[in-house]
Design a protein around this ligand. Structure first.
Ligand code: GDP
Ligand code: ZN
Length: 458
């Protein structure tokens, strides 16, 4: 839960004292940092959406001092991030393509500038021998996906299987709506093609065509139907999403092993050095102290593929939250509605803010297959928005619970009565202070560990 202003102040007041107890050695910052812009506290209605990254582009390599580098965040694991170096100071170019284990500078967390896998970052205090560093700033972001949290994504693959499990139109629609809402190009792919006959494939092809999509069909098991997808993904950062069991991990592995990565490619070196580490990504670890594992249960890593591209491995992200979708934007995520609106141009629905319930003066007619899903999702979003506005003046996922209704479509309802929700118990407030302090102690420990390590090498 978000900290209330008073608890944030209390937590902040408690921290300096804690800080004094740790014998932190002075930190070396050879070059003044680029100005950090404070991200607005409530810049986004989405709780997990991230404040804007710095609008600054990376500096030219010749301006980097030997202790700094720029790179790509390839993975996050607990409080650490793996950064693949893409530029270092003159004379240190041979470190390109190698990776640094980094902590994130506490200040970045304080100003709520989240560092995401996929971000390009400035790493400072680099220890080239130990391959460690500290992320000091985040460069401009092209795009971001909130769920899973990945920055600079070029394409999404929405993966389903034709059998085991069979495609469920309601779930399919949910994933498609979520993908549409990101604004990032995506491709719909059906796996396990070898489990069904030609007619089934034609059936889904036609059905999806009527929805406005042109899916690819392949079989990871048979290694068939890959080439179209591979071509599409070359040189791009791709996130594969889809329900569990459809073959996301299998597809990611197959795509990686299909690639012949040349030995000259810096990625090759990285893979050799780190194959074990990347292979371990699926194993979630749990915080020793709290046993909660909150930072680690859903981590993300980018797996390098040939041609400079990356595939995001995102175990645990298989439930579209629809949090970016509003009741106004939902219609835009259905190609059927887009088509109807376009076909009727220049005439429009009578009301500008029409949500297309087929009322008088609405140009969206209800005789299409996914209309019931549209209506149910609209209901879900309306309920969520109402509750969020009433309780917090903002939008939060946790206030709504979902139950499966007719046709397997999830329906939203308030999780708690509104009155109860308004009053935050003292216990809860105390817990959130503890959480915050614990996070900060974690940060301090990272810093301390990091600095101690540096000093021991002197
Ligand atoms: P994920 O949960 O989406 O990551 O799915 P997994 O990659 O773990 O795969 C789920 C199951 O589907 C595993 O047993 C795979 O071996 C199986 N699987 C993956 N691809 C295929 C395929 O093309 N055909 C068949 N028959 N099974 C597949
Ligand atoms: Zn309308």
């Amino acid at each position: 839960m978000p900290l209330l202003p008073s608890t944030a102040a209390a937590a902040a007041a408690a921290l300096p004292r804690l800080r004094l107890r740790l014998p932190l050695p002075p930190r070396h910052c050879p070059q003044p940092l680029a100005p950090l812009r404070r991200a607005p506290h409530h810049s986004s209605p989405h709780p997990r959406l991230l404040p804007l990254a710095a609008a600054l582009p990376p500096p030219p390599p010749e301006e980097l001092p030997p202790s700094q580098a720029t790179g790509l965040v390839a993975a996050s694991q607990a409080n650490f991030m793996r950064v693949i170096v893409d530029a270092a100071a003159p004379g240190l170019e041979h470190h390109r393509g190698s990776d640094l284990l980094c902590v994130v500078r506490a200040l970045l967390k304080k100003i709520r500038r989240r560092v995401l896998v996929g971000d390009r970052v400035l790493v400072g205090a680099v220890d080239w021998a130990d391959r460690r560093g500290m992320i000091e700033d985040v460069f401009e972001r092209r795009s971001e996906v909130a769920d899973p949290p990945v920055a600079n994504v070029d394409r999404l693959v929405v993966l389903f299987s034709l059998d085991q499990p069979r495609p469920e139109p309601a779930t399919l629609t949910r994933f498609l709506v979520e993908a549409e809402s990101t604004g990032i190009p995506f491709v719909l792919v059906f796996n396990k093609a070898e489990l069904v006959d030609e007619q089934t494939i034609t059936y889904w092809q036609d059905r999806l065509k009527s929805w406005g999509y042109d899916p690819l069909f392949l079989s990871v098991d048979q290694q068939s139907g890959f080439s179209a997808l591979e071509e599409m993904l070359e040189g791009q950062t791709t996130v594969v999403v889809g329900p569990s069991g459809v073959g996301k991990s299998s597809l990611i592995n197959a795509l990686r092993h299909n690639q012949n990565i040349s030995e000259e490619d810096p990625i090759h070196k990285l893979l050799e050095q780190n194959s074990k580490w990347f292979g371990e990504q699926r194993v979630g670890t749990v915080s020793k102290k709290s046993g909660k594992g909150k930072h680690t249960t859903r981590h993300v890593s980018l797996l390098p593929v040939a041609g400079g591209g990356f595939l995001a491995d995102t175990p645990g992200f298989n439930q579209p939250s629809l949090l970016k979708v509003t009741k106004q934007s939902l219609a835009e995520t259905f190609p059927e509605i887009r088509k109807m609106l376009k076909a009727n141009e220049p005439s429009k629905c009578l009301f500008n803010d029409c949500v297309h319930l087929g009322e008088h003066g609405c140009v969206v007619k209800g005789d299409w297959e996914r209309y019931p899903y549209y209506l149910q999702m609209l209901d879900e979003i309306k309920i969520r928005e109402t509750i969020q506005l009433r309780t917090f003046g903002t939008k939060r996922e946790g206030d709504v619970r979902y139950k499966t209704g007719i046709m397997g479509v999830k329906q939203a309802e308030p999780r708690l009565e509104l009155k109860k929700h308004r009053r935050v118990s003292r216990k809860k407030i105390n817990q959130s202070i503890l959480d915050e302090i614990e996070d900060d102690i974690d940060d301090l420990e990272d810093d301390y560990w990091f600095d101690a390590k540096r000093h021991s090498r002197r």
